[in-house]
Design a protein around this ligand. Structure first.
Ligand SMILES: [Zn+2]
Ligand SMILES: [Zn+2]
Ligand SMILES: [Zn+2]
Ligand SMILES: [Zn+2]
Ligand SMILES: [Zn+2]
Ligand SMILES: [Zn+2]
Length: 425
């Protein structure tokens, strides 16, 4: 038994030795290397051996085949080669990758964008810009910056039209022939480009004035600032960078019924005639459908009013929330507070208000009531947050007349088209 085991162990060892031995045999033949292809790369494929290059990109050129990347840019980075664009900015757009600068990183004082170098307006979200700036309101009529009246850029232009409320017809001209007609003045800024797109501000008038009051009628702040017009102020505001080049539309309406009734008529004519005419003939952000109905661009449209125009605008805020996201209400209020609160909130639930600027003059007899009325609205409306999308300002040294409203318009332009309201929660 033991002997048999020993024998088989011996046999196994001999077999193992035989397997490992034989050093005289040739080693397992390595494959003879084929002659190396010199590779003649054409668009990343070798024309000789057909091999496809596995690109190794460096600065947009393949280290292997020398192919230059055609670049497929996304957010400033090439999807193909991973190169980061060095950016060559022209008016806020990169000429290489097409990226549009967000201008978020800009100087608070000079407003110069640290990325693209452009001077940009502050853009507020809930009235705070990414640079930390907040809107600057003039609080005293006497402290209105004189530089606003200095304008070296050249004047804007005013086009005058006569609108027939009965027929809806709007024709060039400045003379009314019957009581159905209204004069509409349209201001276009210096350098206006009919192919461009501009923000639009509607201006509505006080009871005993007309469309000239906002644009062409002369006023004086005091003895130093003699004789200026709303147009001259707008020219200066745009030239001095207080606001962007904007279209202003002055339209006259009279209190010939209750504010609600007048607002209803005004709204009908606005949608049916005035806005379609404006959109067809001027460079706005809005457009018309095939039935000549307005396709609004509410974040580019503001509606303001002084005195009766303001009273009517409070009404309009609840009716035309789809058309305008910014409202200026100067020295005029409704008599009733509660129904308007409900209506504002209902409209804003669908069309959030980006900013409502309310103001008056401390020298107005009704000054206190405007303030109280607005405070009540702010308190009761869930859609309005003080300082975020509504502000109230009573101007010092200001009475119930146009210079007061010009300064309130100036203040409004610090937030119109610049503030986006984002309610928390
Ligand atoms: Zn090859
Ligand atoms: Zn390659
Ligand atoms: Zn690339
Ligand atoms: Zn670029
Ligand atoms: Zn920029
Ligand atoms: Zn800013």
């Amino acid at each position: 038994m033991r002997r048999a085991a020993a024998l088989s162990a011996l046999l196994l060892a001999a077999l193992l030795l035989a397997g490992c031995g034989a050093p005289q045999d040739a080693p397992a033949a390595e494959p003879t290397p084929e002659p190396l292809c010199a590779h003649d790369w054409r668009d990343g494929v070798c024309s000789l051996c057909g091999e496809v290059c596995v690109h190794d990109w460096a600065e947009g050129v393949c280290r292997v085949c020398g192919m230059v990347c055609a670049h497929d840019w996304a957010e400033g980075v090439c999807r193909v080669c991973g190169m980061v664009c060095a950016h060559d900015w022209d008016e806020g757009v990169c000429t290489i990758c097409g990226r549009v600068c967000t201008h978020e990183d800009h100087d608070r004082e000079t407003r110069e964008c640290r990325v693209c170098g452009l001077t940009v307006p502050h853009r507020y979200v809930n009235c705070v810009c990414s640079c930390g700036a907040r809107p600057q309101y003039v609080e005293d009529l006497k402290l209105y910056p004189e530089e606003v009246l200095v304008n070296e850029e050249g004047p804007g232009q005013i086009d005058s039209y006569v609108y027939n409320r009965l027929t809806g017809e709007i024709v060039e001209g400045d003379r009314k022939r019957n009581h159905f007609e209204r004069v509409v003045l349209i201001y276009t800024p210096c350098g206006y480009d009919p192919e461009g797109a501009y923000d639009v501000v509607f201006l509505t008038n006080a009871s005993n004035t007309n469309s000239a009051a906002w644009l062409t009628k002369g006023y004086s702040f005091d003895s130093q600032h003699c004789h200026f017009t709303g147009k001259k102020l707008l020219d200066g505001m745009i030239a001095q960078g207080y606001c962007e080049p904007t279209i202003f539309v002055s339209i006259e309406y009279r209190r010939n019924a209750s504010p609600a009734k007048t607002a209803e008529m005004y709204e009908r004519e606005l949608r049916r005639d005035v806005l379609p005419f404006l959109i067809e003939n001027y460079a706005t952000y809005a457009s018309l459908d095939e039935n000549r109905r307005v396709i609004p661009a509410r974040e580019h449209f503001a509606h303001t009013g002084a005195s009766f125009g303001s009273t009517m605008s409070w009404e309009l805020m609840t009716r035309c929330a789809d058309l305008f996201s910014y409202w200026g209400l100067y020295s005029g209020r409704l008599s009733e507070g509660v129904p308007i609160v409900r209506a504002i909130d209902e409209a804003a639930a669908q069309y959030p208000l980006d900013f409502v600027y309310v103001g008056g003059g401390k020298g107005e007899p009704a000054s206190g009531t405007f303030e109280k009325y607005t405070a009540g609205i702010i308190e009761d409306c869930v859609s309005l947050e003080e300082g975020k999308n509504i502000a109230f300002l009573n101007l010092d040294h200001a009475i119930h007349w146009h210079p007061t409203w010009f300064v309130l318009l100036h203040n409004s332009m610090q937030v119109f088209f610049r503030n986006r309201y984002e309610p928390l929660g």
